[in-house]
Design a protein around this ligand. Structure first.
Ligand SMILES: C[C@@](CO)(OP(=O)(O)O)[C@H](O)COP(=O)(O)OP(=O)(O)OC[C@H]1O[C@@H](n2ccc(N)nc2=O)[C@H](O)[C@@H]1O
Ligand SMILES: Nc1ncnc2c1ncn2[C@@H]1O[C@H](COP(=O)(O)OP(=O)(O)O)[C@@H](O)[C@H]1O
Length: 280
């Protein structure tokens, strides 16, 4: 018997973390060529959707107030890719992730909607479908650890990346991705050298986030976030994407949650979350 098609979907839009981000060139259209190791956290935004007679978006959650529910929202732009199939969709977005924070909240939301719409419609979901919505959308559609190259459109799954306990820290400042790319001094840095198996943190020490120094110059509080992770004995810390969110890696879940508690107590106005990376 044919399985009944679900009438509505609930989907997690997982935060994206760039464990490293090398800027290795620039295309004639201005987009930068990247070399990045990307993983996903077990925390993110929540999306509920259901086909309807028109497109509508309701937003709630701690960061909902900072976001318009108009046609420019990536959630609606993603849903409308299925306009040929559905006259509309009723969507609710619970915005838990800070906006413009280097952890791809908008891209993850768009990817989650594409995934949901493709399941509802039983249409296959090509990973590159999302590129028109943003360079980070294909990797979020893929949703698992991978090496990301090109402008974000060349993806190679990575199977040897361990599950990691982490703390994400955002000092509640927004960083504009185009502004950071524009301000870079050097756009032709070396690619990731060695992805050999072995001690993963040691391997990360040989990689970089080429946007980090420029982001710190624009928002010096990012250095404070990194210092807070170092003070709580993170075994590795770095900024994700174009910032301002930084991640720290910890040996155990308890060490991560203790560190998160200390940082949050010291900085009640920061966004601080313990989570698991690459755990799915
Ligand atoms: C930097 C990264 C790293 O994963 O993450 P975030 O900091 O946004 O999380 C991404 O490449 C961001 O992807 P995304 O946020 O989808 O970018 P888009 O909307 O396509 O582009 C926003 C702007 O960023 C710049 N941009 C983006 C991607 C890229 N490879 N080169 C660029 O130069 C361009 O100026 C572009 O106009
Ligand atoms: N659903 C959405 N969530 C977050 N940002 C969105 C969304 N739709 C559109 N945007 C816009 O996308 C831009 C970057 O969003 P975001 O994905 O949060 O950045 P980053 O990738 O740096 O974390 C912001 O200017 C924001 O207004």
């Amino acid at each position: 018997m044919r399985k009944r098609r679900p009438l509505e979907m609930e989907i997690k839009a997982q935060a994206k973390i760039n464990l490293c981000l090398h800027v290795v060139g620039q295309r004639d259209d201005g987009y930068h060529l990247l070399d990045s190791i990307v993983v996903f956290a077990d925390i993110g935004d929540d999306i509920w959707l259901k086909p309807d007679s028109k497109y509508s978006l309701e937003i709630d959650g701690p960061y909902g107030a900072g976001l318009s529910n108009g046609a420019d929202n990536l959630v609606l732009r993603a849903a409308k890719i299925y306009e040929h199939k559905y006259a509309g969709a009723k969507i609710r977005l619970t915005k838990n992730l800070p906006i413009s924070s280097g952890i791809g909240g908008g891209s993850a939301d768009a990817a989650a909607v594409l995934r949901g719409m493709s399941k509802l419609s039983r249409e296959p979901l090509p990973v590159d479908l999302g590129l028109s919505l943003g360079a980070d959308v294909p990797v979020c559609v893929m949703g698992k650890a991978c090496r990301m190259r090109g402008i974000g459109d060349e993806l190679t799954p990575l199977n040897h990346i361990p599950k990691m306990h982490a703390v994400l820290v955002n000092p509640n400042v927004s960083v504009s991705t185009p502004d950071i790319f524009r301000a870079l001094d050097c756009k032709t840095n070396p690619a990731i050298k060695d992805l050999a198996e072995g001690d993963f943190t040691e391997m990360l020490n040989n990689t970089r986030n080429d946007l980090q120094n420029t982001a710190i110059q624009m928002q010096p509080v990012i250095a404070d976030s990194l210092n807070s992770l170092a003070r709580t004995n993170a075994i590795f810390s770095r900024m994700s994407g174009s910032g301002a969110t930084c991640f720290g890696l910890f040996k155990t879940a308890t060490k991560a949650s203790n560190a998160a508690e200390i940082i949050q107590n010291d900085h009640p106005d920061w966004w601080v979350k313990a989570c698991v990376l690459n755990g799915a």
